[in-house]
Design a protein around this ligand. Structure first.
Ligand code: MG
Length: 341
């Protein structure tokens, strides 16, 4: 972002390289605080013998109601999950700002609020303060929710902590959220089978951390940009290479069918109820067993390995072994899927 006449594009909100460049060149200009520069799922602040973790998220998903959830559920789960990815599975409090368009149905607001409360119940979280703004008709498309959260943890887990030899675990099937939202947006008639995975992961992650302890080296949730973006960021930060095994990637049959129909790579599609966990191989089976014993982790699988980079161009790479060869995965900034979360 250098030229004076440059404008923000949809790719700048897609969760990939363009977004990180925008953040780095505009919002982090002159910032020297390493905690802010870490660009992790949240920020950790030492507090007594523990850490306070804070995170914030805005939600603009369209349509606001989709199979498996709605913008309200998403706004709670998104924040709870970013806290959990830092190791903060105990949520102290959430805040909620609601910006709504004049003429918006009050009944829809009631449904959204009810599903926020339901998600809070599942996450043992509570919204303690908030704000409400109304904009004139046409100045905003329906509703935007902005949610922040505070959690606590004794040990902070970073998305930069991968080490060569680590196993990469995904806690369940991939692609469901983004494909369900796209299916609903374009009325593709997939809704019967295909549902968003949006769910609070703090209980699941607590179980994984209890089983794996210090062997859990890194975590990140594959939201915008999907598994490809999340792993690219993790590999880049750790200076490692990641190789996935295609046959091990868990996918639901409806998501697989929808991805084929839409011609979309499921690895690049947003998830809202999944975590990627880098774990020392000695603790892999323990962590997998703990995940699979939890209702949200039944399809958990080891999907790849972390390697030391073979060359400088290999640093930060993510590739997938298809069984016939290895293909490198690249974050696609040219074809964003806007308003998926
Ligand atoms: Mg995240």
């Amino acid at each position: 972002m250098s030229a004076k006449d440059e404008r923000v594009g949809l790719a700048h909100g897609a969760g990939g390289r363009a977004m990180r460049e925008l953040i780095t060149s505009i919002f982090l200009e002159g910032v020297t605080d390493p905690e802010a520069l870490a660009l992790d799922d949240g920020a950790a602040i030492p507090f007594g013998d523990r850490f306070l973790v804070i995170t914030t998220d805005a939600h603009v998903v369209a349509p606001a109601f989709f199979p498996g959830g709605d913008i309200g559920r998403l706004s709670v789960c998104g924040v709870v999950n970013d806290l959990a990815m830092m190791g903060a599975c105990d949520v102290v409090a959430l805040t909620s700002s609601v910006i709504v368009e004049e003429g918006y149905p009050v009944e829809s607001l009631r449904r959204i609020s009810a599903s926020m409360q339901e998600a809070c119940g599942e996450a043992s979280a509570r919204i303690l303060t908030g704000d409400t703004k109304v904009m004139s008709r046409g100045e905003i498309d329906g509703i935007v929710l902005s949610t922040s959260g505070i959690g606590v943890t004794h040990r902070v887990v970073r998305d930069s902590g991968l080490r060569p030899g680590d196993a990469i675990v995904v806690t369940g099937t991939i692609g469901d959220h983004g494909l369900a939202v796209l299916g609903a947006r374009h009325a593709l008639g997939l809704e019967g089978d295909l549902r968003s995975d949006v769910a609070p992961l703090n209980g699941l992650v607590r179980a994984a951390l209890a089983a794996g302890g210090e062997a859990v080296h890194a975590m990140k949730d594959p939201t915008r940009g999907g598994v490809t973006s999340a792993l690219s960021e993790m590999a880049e930060k750790a200076g490692v290479a990641i190789v996935l095994e295609e046959r091990t990637l868990p996918m639901s049959a409806p998501a697989r069918a929808a991805a084929e129909l839409l011609g979309i790579d499921p690895l690049a599609v947003a998830n809202e109820g999944k975590a990627l966990i880098g774990v020392h191989p000695d603790a892999l089976e323990l962590v997998l067993a703990a995940l699979r014993a939890h209702p949200l982790g039944r399809a958990a699988a080891c999907i790849g390995r972390v390697a030391a980079p073979a060359s400088s161009s290999d640093r930060g790479s993510v590739s997938v072994d298809t069984g016939f060869g290895t293909r490198r995965l690249f974050e696609r900034d040219g074809a964003p899927l806007p308003r998926i979360c």
